[in-house]
Design a protein around this ligand. Structure first.
Ligand SMILES: Cc1cc2nc3c(=O)[nH]c(=O)nc-3n(C[C@H](O)[C@H](O)[C@H](O)COP(=O)(O)OP(=O)(O)OC[C@H]3O[C@@H](n4cnc5c(N)ncnc54)[C@H](O)[C@@H]3O)c2cc1C
Length: 463
C-alpha cells in the first residue's frame, strides 16, 4: 500500500468505499485511462481491512454462497468470463452455472484491485484505511475529511458507500446481533433459542452460518408476510417470455394492470422466473415512469413479494431452511416486532400477530431487516454532511440521492456536480441497482463520464 501524498495534492478522483462498487469504479477508470492513454490519480477511502469485502462479501464462511452463478459475476460486462477464469486459474474447479462461496468472490475483487496498482505508470491508485466523515468544496476541489478533520482533495468524488454505514457507524441496536458478525454467530450456545427478524437473504445467511457452526437449537423467523426467498429453478420459453415482457413494458400499464397481465401470462404457462428475468432490462425504465404515489404503494404493499421472487437463492440454501421447518427446529411467524429489550437472560421481543401483541424471550436476536427503506434514518456522517450543506438532495422517496443518468449528484437547481454515486444510493431513481450486473454498468458509465472520449484536434493554420 502506497502512502498518500502530501495534503497539497489534488487527486483526479477520490473513491469513498471499496466494496464491489468501489472496486468496479477503480477497474473501469484504469481501463479507460489505459485505452485513452490518459493519466489519472485515485485515492480510495476504505476502513475495512479487506478490499472488495463490503457488506455482501465480507463473510469468511464458505456456507455463504453467491446468489448468482459464477458466469454472471464478472466485474466487466465486456469480459463475462473474468470471474470464471480467475476461479480456474486459482485452482477452483467451478463451471459457469455454479454458485460459488462468497469469500472467493472477495478474493477475486481484491486481486483485481491489487493488479490495478501495477497496471500502468499513468494510473495511480492509493488506499487510505480511513472512514470519510465529511465532504466540502473550495474553488478548486472537493475536500474529503476524516473524523479527526484531516482532509484530502480531489476533483471528482465517487460515493461508493453501498448498503450500510461503514464499520464504526453501525446502525444496529447493540441488543440485536448483526447477521454479518461471525463472533455473534459463534457466541450462540448450541441449544439456545434464536430469533431472526426478517426472512430475506440475510436471514437465510444467518441460519446457514449457524448451521455451519453446528448450532442445534431453535429458530423463530419473524417477518410481516412470512415470505422466504424463492429458489432459483427451471426456466421455460425465454423468447416468448421476453416478447410478453416487451409488450407489457410498451403498453405503459399501471402496477395493477401489470399484475393482472402477469397473472394472465402465468396462467397461460409462462414461467414466473422467466417473466421476472425478462423484465429486468426494463425494470429501471418502468420504475422511472411510475408516479411517486405508485412507487410508494409498491414499496408498502408489493415489495416483499417482489424481493422474494426477484432476489432468489440457490435451491441447496433454501432446502436447509425447509428441512429445519420440517424437523420442528424452525418456526416462521407473520408479525411485526413492536419493541425489544435486553435482559440478563437474553432479549425479549414484543411481536404483534393478527392484532395481538405478545412478548417472548430469546437467547439471541439477529436483525436481518436488510437495506434502508428511508435514507433519512441513516446515521452515516458523510451523507449527513453533504445533505446538511445542501450539496446533495434525497430523491423523491428518500431511498437514495438525486442523480443524473451517469450517477452525478444534482444540485438544488438540477446542475450535475463532480460527485458521483452508484449502487444502492440510486435506488429511489432506478430501483434495480443493487446487484453486480447493474453496478458494473454504472461503474463503466462513471469512468466514461470522468474520462470522456477525446475529440481529435482540428488542424489550425493555412491549408
Ligand atoms: C448478503 C448479500 C449477498 C449478495 N449477493 C449477491 C450476489 O450473489 N450477486 C449479486 O450480483 N449481488 C449480490 N448482492 C448485492 C450487493 O449489494 C452487490 O453485489 C455489491 O456487493 C454492493 O457493493 P457496494 O460496494 O455498493 O456496497 P457495500 O458492499 O455495502 O460496500 C460499501 C463499502 O463502502 C465502505 N464505506 C461506507 N461508508 C464509508 C465511508 N464514509 N468512508 C469510507 N468507506 C466507507 C464500507 O466499509 C464498504 O466496504 C448481495 C448483497 C448482500 C447484502
Amino acid at each position: 500500500m502506497k502512502y498518500p501524498r502530501s495534503s497539497d495534492t489534488i487527486y483526479d478522483v477520490a473513491i469513498i468505499g471499496a466494496g464491489f462498487s468501489g472496486v468496479a469504479v477503480a477497474y473501469h477508470l484504469a481501463r479507460r485511462a489505459a485505452q485513452h492513454s490518459q493519466s489519472l490519480s485515485c485515492l480510495v477511502f476504505e476502513p475495512r481491512e479487506r478490499i472488495g469485502a463490503g457488506v455482501a462479501y465480507q463473510t469468511q464462511s464458505s456456507a455463504h454462497i453467491l446468489n448468482v452463478p459464477a458466469g454472471r459475476m464478472s466485474v466487466d460486462e465486456s469480459d463475462p468470463q473474468s470471474f470464471l477464469r480467475w476461479l480456474i486459474n486459482n485452482g477452483h474447479a467451478y463451471s459457469e452455472n455454479d454458485f460459488v462461496p462468497r469469500p472467493l468472490y472477495q478474493a477475486y475483487l481484491s486481486e483485481i484491485f491489487n493488479e490495478l496498482k501495477n497496471d500502468s505508470p499513468d494510473f495511480s491508485l492509493e488506499v487510505i484505511a480511513e472512514h470519510a466523515s465529511a465532504l466540502e468544496h473550495d474553488e478548486s476541489a472537493y475536500e474529503v475529511k476524516n473524523a479527526a478533520g484531516a482532509s484530502h482533495r480531489a476533483r471528482n468524488v465517487i460515493l461508493a458507500v453501498g448498503n450500510s454505514p461503514a464499520s464504526g457507524e453501525a446502525d444496529i441496536d447493540s441488543s440485536l446481533k448483526s447477521p454479518w458478525d461471525q463472533s455473534a454467530i459463534d457466541s450462540c450456545a448450541s441449544d439456545s433459542k434464536v430469533a431472526v427478524i426478517g426472512s430475506g437473504l440475510s436471514a437465510v445467511d444467518t441460519i446457514l452460518a449457524l448451521e455451519a457452526a453446528s448450532f442445534k437449537g431453535h429458530y423463530t423467523l419473524i417477518s410481516r408476510r412470512g415470505l422466504l426467498p424463492q429458489p432459483h429453478g427451471t426456466h421455460g420459453h425465454i423468447e416468448t417470455t421476453t416478447q410478453t415482457a416487451a409488450d407489457l413494458v410498451s403498453a405503459r400499464p399501471t402496477i395493477a394492470e401489470m399484475l393482472h397481465e402477469f397473472r394472465g401470462a402465468i396462467e397461460q404457462g409462462v414461467a414466473w422466473r422467466d417473466l421476472i428475468d425478462a423484465l429486468r432490462p426494463s425494470t429501471q425504465k418502468i420504475w422511472n415512469r411510475l408516479p411517486s404515489r405508485s412507487k410508494r404503494s409498491f414499496i408498502r404493499h408489493l415489495r416483499p413479494f417482489w424481493d422474494s421472487h426477484r432476489h432468489r437463492v440457490p435451491v441447496e440454501s433454501l432446502s436447509v431452511l425447509l428441512d429445519l421447518k420440517q424437523n420442528g427446529r424452525l418456526t416462521s411467524i407473520k408479525g411485526r416486532v413492536l419493541s425489544h429489550a435486553k435482559s440478563s437472560a437474553g432479549v425479549t421481543l414484543t411481536v404483534q400477530t393478527r392484532g395481538r401483541a405478545s412478548t417472548t424471550r430469546f437467547d439471541s436476536v439477529f436483525d436481518c431487516r436488510g437495506l434502508w427503506t428511508d435514507l433519512r434514518a441513516s446515521r452515516c456522517s458523510l451523507l449527513d454532511s453533504i445533505i446538511r450543506s445542501g450539496t446533495a438532495h434525497y430523491d423523491e422517496l428518500a431511498l437514495g440521492l438525486r442523480t443524473d443518468k451517469n450517477g452525478k449528484l444534482l444540485s438544488a437547481k438540477g446542475t450535475p456536480l463532480a460527485i458521483y454515486t452508484l449502487g444502492s444510493l440510486r435506488r429511489g431513481e432506478l430501483w434495480e441497482t443493487t446487484a453486480v450486473r447493474e453496478i458494473r454498468t454504472q461503474a463503466r458509465l462513471i469512468a466514461e463520464s470522468i474520462l470522456p472520449e477525446q475529440q481529435p484536434q482540428r488542424k489550425v493554420g493555412n491549408s
